[in-house]
Write a protein that binds this ligand. Sequence first.
Ligand code: SAH
Length: 367
Amino acid sequence: MTALPLVFDAPRRAAPPRHLADLEPAERRAAVGELGLPGYRADQLARHYFARLTADVDAMTDLPAAARQRLATLLPPLVTPVREQTCDAGATRKTLWRGHDGTLAESVLMGYPDRATACVSSQAGCGMACPFCATGQGGLQRNLSTGEIVEQVRQAAVAARDGALGAPARLSNVVFMGMGEPLANYKRVVAAVRRIIAAAPDGLGISARGVTVSTVGLVPAIDKLAAEQLAVTLAVSLHAPDDELRDTLVPVNTRWKVAEVLAAARRYAQASGRRVSIEYALIRDVNDQPERADLLATMLRRHVGARRVHVNLIPLNPTPGSAWDASPRRVQDEFVRRVRAAQVACTVRDTRGREIAAACGQLAAQA
Ligand code: SAH
């Protein structure tokens, strides 16, 4: 396997057109003013978009026709679905979509008895080069705009509402676990989070408790996020408790070591009052040994605090060209037992979407 370079700065590309979802409430009113319309039209437009989830101006019949045509310029199509695939008896649905410049990315919508979750992309591709992740192996194409991220969520909310998962459902959770490293696209991701959690009509009104930002562990950005006081859940993709192995599985570990990442996780947990999720993909004979389970628990207790973490084990999903495999069931069970024996909460993620390459680490956006 050839090692890819780490890429922190996305290639510069023409920005997607300006969209209502890119703008703060005051900026929206200013943009509507530039169109020669009174500021309250911005509030009406936001109500249609965020509260009714409508992006089609022709459906906004409380607006005069002339205003509708002008306001349409604030709702350019950013994210156009090109393919939908479903599995898990219809409860998992992957969308491949195309951006204004032909960029491809993917989102996944998952229905559960008690919730509906959208897994969204923050970048087209990823620069973090994790060798077991299909996205990481494809490299970074570009950052997604705030509007492109919010549009993935809005379209998922529409699909859930309109029964795409079977019965009509309200989108309750958003996880930044699709393509990309969210904290490497910090400003746009934080603006998208604000739009997602703001109460309607300023935003989509999804509870911050239902939003998770997942990172390979960019320490300065974790601290910055803590200072935003957004109360979203932080997930850290750890995958190994020791630097020697983590240097190879999560190459950014060569910058910020396990102890530093865990210390940042602790600060985030303290600032937010929320437990941090530790993601750990179990890879057969690579990171699944009993000693590593014990060391994981020790490191978490020492650097984060047992009550501030929850370990989420992910059975490794196969990716093209990789020789790695998930751990056998008995090895996984023993790993869970040992982490729990150290009083650290630990669960195994129910892996959705494998057959349609929609599971964790499988998003590659191939047309
Ligand atoms: N870049 C962010 C967001 C991606 S989230 C991050 O790394 O956290 C996707 C999660 O799936 C991460 O925890 C990632 O490490 C994990 N993952 C990647 N490839 C996987 C695979 N093949 N099997 C299981 N999990 C995988």
